[in-house]
Design a protein around this ligand. Structure first.
Ligand code: SR1
Ligand code: MG
Length: 405
């Protein structure tokens, strides 16, 4: 799979050897290599991950495999950690406290080393433990607003976005996974799809309803043609690590330039799934309300960055700021409406694929059988409603929508 002969899949012993040759990392860990505790914690679908602890410090090492980790027959190039490393380096200055510290990247081994977050749990886990999701949702709203605004043409000279687009458009392998698993497979019969038998009538509708298929085509077109900003590309609750002091966004291997509403939609979909999987009506309501809080935080931060950042932008924003506040208001409204519409469409598609496609999530795992199937049915029906009427979808999803000021 790789032309580079130096690549080999690492194990704890060979990782120890690799790390021992890197002075900044050995200094971070302290002691001698034999003192280090190396624990494999691979959990996602794609890569190997280890946590390494030494007498003075710790780190997290992640290596691409030449196949999908959970399905070795699904072969895959190794370059995904290259994109993740570049995403991390691009986003860290924009939201420094919201991503793990970048420590090292080895382009031959496709090995990425970052700070260790083992005092964190995934946001998926926190949601299932009953944690109040509001502070995290607000933080992720700020994160998406800052990381996308400042990598868009509005947030700097257009050459910045052009350079990002030129590099990240090479991430075709993982974008292909998104195109297949999120944007296509759930809308036809595909051997990778699987779902609870109780969902069969809804799946039948997804495979055959022409209105849904029109919406799918529209959202595909947005994904392929809206070159708005650098995206995380897979911002579901499993890509967010949370601790008492806040959230850290990980796993930027799906990064690409695309519509800002895609990142928002991935995150909102996790909240939708968690709300329908909630064990009580009050918990469901709490999580539903959080969806609006996320949106409010995103829109407010995005508009603040737009008005107040001194990003050396090109003509339009600076020109309008000096001349016509009503026109700025109109443009902000138009932009936020477009992002919100994309958010609703992509959120619906993410919910649909997590219930009927290849890669499901654990949100419903703790429920007994009967409520599980009922609640999945409700979640899927809600997502289908959104996708069946894209014009009405923002209002359904964000009944408490923020006015743009
Ligand atoms: C084969 S990879 C399946 C899924 O895992 C990742 O986290 C992405 O969500 C992808 O769609
Ligand atoms: Mg991941």
């Amino acid at each position: 799979m790789t032309q580079d002969t130096q690549y080999r899949p690492l194990n704890p012993d060979s990782l120890r050897q690799v790390l021992s040759d890197l002075p900044s990392l050995t200094a971070r860990l302290g002691g001698t290599p034999s003192d280090w505790n190396i624990r494999e914690v691979s959990d996602g679908n794609l890569n190997s991950v280890w946590l390494v602890h030494g007498p003075s410090g710790s780190l997290c090492a992640k290596q691409s495999l030449p196949h999908v980790r959970v399905d070795p027959s699904w072969k895959m190039p190794l370059d995904r950690t290259t994109f993740e490393a570049r995403w991390l380096q691009a986003v860290a200055p924009l939201a420094p406290d919201m991503v793990p510290e970048f420590l090292h990247f080895d382009p031959q081994l496709f090995l990425l080393v970052t700070a260790c977050l083992d005092d964190h749990v995934t946001f998926t886990e926190a949601l299932s433990q009953g944690v109040n999701p509001a502070p995290i949702a607000r933080q992720i709203g700020r994160f998406i607003a800052k990381s996308t605004f400042h990598t868009s043409w509005r947030g700097g000279p257009f050459e910045n976005t052009a350079r990002l687009e030129s590099f990240f458009s090479g991430n075709t392998t993982l974008s292909r996974i998104t195109v297949d698993l999120v944007l296509t497979d759930p809308y036809h019969d595909h051997p990778r799809n699987h779902y609870h038998p109780a969902l069969q009538p809804l799946v039948q509708q997804l495979h055959s309803d022409p209105v849904i298929h029109q919406s799918v085509c529209h959202m595909q077109s947005r994904f392929f043609t809206a070159r708005e900003a650098l995206l995380h590309g897979d911002l579901h609750s499993g890509s967010i690590m949370v601790a008492l002091n806040g959230a850290s966004v990980i796993d930027g291997e799906f990064s690409c330039v695309g519509p800002i509403g895609f990142d928002c939609g991935m995150f909102v979909a996790s909240l939708i799934l968690a709300s329908f999987a909630a064990p009580s009506a009050s918990r469901r309501e709490q999580i539903r309300h959080t969806i609006s809080m996320f949106q409010e935080s995103f829109i407010k931060t995005y508009c603040d960055e737009w008005l107040h950042s001194d990003a050396g932008t090109d003509l339009s924003p600076a020109f309008l700021t000096r001349n016509d506040s009503a026109e700025i208001q109109r443009q902000k409204q138009e932009e936020c409406d477009r992002i919100t519409a994309d958010t609703a469409g992509f959120a619906a598609m993410e919910v649909i694929r997590r219930l009927t496609g290849y890669a499901h999530t654990s949100h419903f795992d703790n429920l007994p059988d009967a409520p599980k199937e009922q609640q999945q049915y409700q979640a899927l029906s809600f997502a289908i409603q959104l996708l069946s009427d894209l014009k009405a979808a923002p209002e359904k999803l964000f009944p408490e929508r923020t006015a743009i000021t």
